[in-house]
Design a protein around this ligand. Sequence first.
Ligand code: FMN
Length: 131
Amino acid sequence: MSAIECLAFASKARVGLRELTTLVRWSRERNEQLGVTGLLLYDSDYFFGYLEGEAQRVQRLYDAIALDTRHHEVRLLQHGALAKCRFDRWLMGYLYEPIFVGELEALWSGKMALGDIDARLKRWSLEGDVL
Ligand SMILES: Cc1cc2nc3c(=O)[nH]c(=O)nc-3n(C[C@H](O)[C@H](O)[C@H](O)COP(=O)(O)O)c2cc1C
């Protein structure tokens, strides 16, 4: 069995909702083929991405994502070994609820640590909204 890793990043978005739909549809299909699970959050200005799966696949996918011109100033927030996957699928969330306003920016800028949303990541992994 190869090692399972998780990787989290945050970035500034360069896409609107229409392009996002294409991106999400493609990513969901591709991740399913790769056996990569996780989460993508978007609030129209920022992305937060969390990927988990076989180490090399996650790394290769992130390398491709980091070069994608649909976002910029991509920051790697976390990268490490996982005992087992927390997400059994890849979820996509829009964060328009007022409670989330500013949170993706805070993650991107380092004002908020990933640990601060850990409980929510767990909850989303069980009952996340799917686009
Ligand atoms: C914020 C963001 C998140 C992305 N997430 C994924 C993803 O989870 N899976 C995926 O296959 N592509 C994702 N992509 C798209 C990739 O950057 C890339 O377009 C895709 O993997 C195709 O790469 P390739 O042309 O090198 O095969 C994402 C792009 C952006 C901007």
